[in-house]
Design a protein around this ligand. Sequence first.
Ligand SMILES: Nc1ncnc2c1ncn2[C@@H]1O[C@H](COP(=O)(O)OP(=O)(O)OP(=O)(O)O)[C@@H](O)[C@H]1O
Ligand SMILES: C[C@H](N)[C@H](N)CCCCCC(=O)O
Ligand SMILES: [Mg+2]
Length: 210
Amino acid sequence: MTKHTFFITGISTDVGKTLVSAIITEALQADYFKPVQAGDIEHGDKEHVEKLISNAKTTIHSNAFELQTPMSPHAAATIDGIALSVNDINRPKTNNHLVVEGAGGLLVPLNETETITDLIKPTDNVIIVSRHYLGSINHTLLTVEALKQRKLTVRGIIFSGNEHPTTEHIIKKMTGLPIIGRVDDEPYVDSHVVLEYAERWRKNLQKLSS
Ligand SMILES: Nc1ncnc2c1ncn2[C@@H]1O[C@H](COP(=O)(O)OP(=O)(O)OP(=O)(O)O)[C@@H](O)[C@H]1O
Ligand SMILES: C[C@H](N)[C@H](N)CCCCCC(=O)O
Ligand SMILES: [Mg+2]
């Protein structure tokens, strides 16, 4: 049986979910699963995570859906003539912790009625990646509201980008959520960089999985 599942969502696409997923996967020597990969299917998020981790315990699971076009999954699936549905996405079986990475932000459509939120289970520990850009405070607070409204379990926020004290302060204050860590804007990202962050965050993350 899976130990703990961490669902990594973000305030939008391209905010650093894959990098954060790699760091958490490495910190907990967890398994990794990306249910829906839209575009870049040869060099997708799972291939990226595989390159960034260095422990031997992690299993990188196959994507449930691989879509050819880097667009919203509902549109990418239509282009491919594929019926994409939450019902057809099964979590991989593992005895390890599992890191699940969404696609884009929370309300990204999978089809005409379902969104990424429908992939999140009540038992999942949701972690929000909040990238620093003008507009990110609003996007972060909206993300937290949407999760709370659905009574999902938000365990914390990870900031992505160089330190931004006023933004970080107000998000912490208004959400009351723990800040698990922050990834600086790194000039390059490789397995050594990921391992350094994994070591820095391990204690915080282990508290969530004990
Ligand atoms: N802290 C950072 N330092 C340097 N580069 C970063 C950082 N965070 C993200 N990036 C880069 O920004 C790009 C987008 O990040 P990433 O792929 O992690 O986004 P994502 O949120 O996973 O998007 P998607 O919705 O497609 O899954 C990547 O090229 C990644 O390497
Ligand atoms: C293709 C991209 N990298 C992500 N996988 C999907 C992002 C969808 C965003 C849709 C939207 O919010 O407008
Ligand atoms: Mg990603």
